[in-house]
Design a protein around this ligand. Structure first.
Ligand SMILES: [Zn+2]
Length: 494
């Protein structure tokens, strides 16, 4: 029975990876400083054990014996086949060279960013680009190189569909941002709230959204992240700052969205590859749906003001007790230089700049030495700002230093899918917003459980999304929602 053997084998890999996730979580939360060396050896052994199992020669035979008529086995053939072929076709020597180039690249990037000097990063980046191209050609010399890269994060998405969607999104966002920039700026909330009180509020909001505290944890860490170790264990972290309650809370809601996906996966299908999330873009759609579509809405602001008063008591600043003040502060739009600090409206332009540059690099139409100039030109033309130095320009993100080309689009894909999920739910759940005002989010969560979470990786993302929302125009859904919600706050219309 090769199917049962394969499932047992893959289940072991999942268990090893889950152990690694727990150790990784511990490293960023509670691990004593002196344990760093020990943890390094533990992680190295785990990843070797996992790698040995992933490259087991029997997998090829098991793959051939899968039953095409069974939907789970068919999905497994596709998911596992893709990963296995990639492992098989890339020579071990190239894997080693890439691993070395990544760690050297990271060190060079740290140094170059501190000095704001692209030239210092250029040799490492060139090596990473060349090795990546070599790897792409080994995997599939006939496909568009960028699509082979994209497949690692968002299998099923094509370069052509991205090119078309992102160009329309860019052309729709630029006039919205221009119109907003001419209006009076909305007020922020910068009241100082003690961290203990913020902590209570973050936990209360995560619980209200449906995070299962008996099947997960919420802890503090330097960086907010979420990690799923398996059934009954999904952990998220929050990073809170005294004068930025909404920012810290937004981060917690974002990670809660990721965690709700992980808590809703079809665990009965462990060891089949179908228990996994379908793509980075779909994962990001779950965090963005809760963080933005729900978390920046007016009904949510009403719920939040009430919860803040309840939880913070006398420590609750006046602005946080006022739904309108929260709603305005949550939807401020500002032309800015740094992607990770960007608001919801300008954010996608930051991503589109990176996508266009990566695409040009891998299509051979942009030389690496010309990246900072291309970057600045695009920032000026889409966002109306020019970075004063490369540290705040082309050197700001860590991604390229580890050769993670093709990763950025998943952020914007997530926003596009989230908008279509939201639009669909507004029709499917007539009480969506009146429930939200009351702090009841069970219906949208149930909708996502049914249409996204429980389906795991049975279908590729574009197909799964089509099943969930029908033939929708994601770009129009996102633009329409931003013009309506944010545009009306600023008094501009399409
Ligand atoms: Zn995320």
């Amino acid at each position: 029975m090769s199917w049962n053997d394969l499932v047992a084998h893959l289940s072991e890999i999942e268990i090893l990876d889950g152990v690694g996730a727990t150790l990784g979580w511990d490293e960023q939360t509670y691990m004593p400083k002196k344990a760093a060396g020990l943890r390094g050896s533990q992680m190295a052994l785990l990843s070797r054990l996992s790698h040995e199992r992933r490259t087991d020669a029997r997998i090829g035979r098991w793959l051939e014996a899968l039953d095409d008529k069974d939907p789970v086995q068919r999905a497994c053939a596709r998911n596992l086949g893709r990963v296995y072929r990639r492992e098989q076709r890339v020579p071990a020597a190239l894997v080693d060279k890439l691993a070395r180039a990544r760690s050297e690249g990271f060190a060079a990037w740290i140094d170059a960013k501190a000095a704001s000097d692209w030239q210092r990063f250029l040799p490492s980046l060139r090596t990473l680009r060349d090795l990546t191209l070599e790897r792409v050609r080994a995997i599939d010399p006939k496909r568009h190189p960028y699509e082979v890269l994209l497949e690692e994060y968002d299998p099923g998405t094509t370069v052509e569909s991205l090119r078309a969607m992102f160009a329309r999104l860019r052309d729709g966002l630029v006039p919205l941002i221009d119109a907003i920039a001419k209006q009076k700026q909305l007020a922020a909330i910068d009241a100082v709230v003690p961290l203990e009180a913020q902590w209570k509020l973050s936990s209360a909001v995560a619980a209200a959204l449906g995070f299962d505290f008996e099947g997960g944890r919420l802890d503090r860490a330097e960086h907010p992240f979420s990690t799923g170790q398996g059934e009954g264990d999904v952990r998220i972290t929050a990073h809170l700052k005294p004068s930025d309650l909404l920012g810290g809370l937004g981060g917690t809601i974002h990670e809660t969205g990721h965690a709700l996906y992980e808590q809703g996966l079809p665990f009965s299908l462990a060891g089949t590859t179908v228990k996994e999330a379908a793509s980075y873009g779909l994962h990001e759609s779950q965090s963005r749906f809760w963080e933005n579509y729900v978390g920046r809405s007016r009904p949510f602001a009403i719920f939040l003001a009430r919860t803040a008063k309840d939880v913070l008591g006398s420590e609750c600043p006046a602005a946080l007790a006022d739904p309108d003040a929260i709603f305005r502060a949550q939807n401020r739009v500002e032309r800015s230089l740094i992607r990770t600090q960007a608001d919801e409206v300008t954010y996608n332009l930051h991503v589109i700049v990176r996508f266009e540059i990566e695409l040009a690099i891998f299509e051979g139409s942009l030389a690496l030495e010309d990246v900072p100039a291309a970057w600045n030109e695009k920032y000026q033309s889409y966002l109306g700002v020019t970075p004063p130095d490369t540290a705040r320009g082309a050197l700001q993100d860590v991604h390229w230093s580890s050769g993670a080309f093709g990763y950025f689009p998943s952020y914007t894909l997530g926003n596009l899918y989230a908008a279509s999920f939201g639009k669909t739910m507004e029709t499917a759940i007539p009480s969506l917003w009146s429930d939200a005002e009351k702090g009841d989010f069970s219906r949208p969560l149930a909708w996502l459980r049914e249409h996204v979470h429980a389906r795991g990786h049975l279908l590729e993302t574009p197909e799964l999304v089509r099943d969930a929302v029908g033939e929708r125009d994601h770009v129009e859904d996102l633009l329409g929602y931003l013009w309506t919600r944010v545009g009306s706050l600023y008094g501009v219309s399409r």
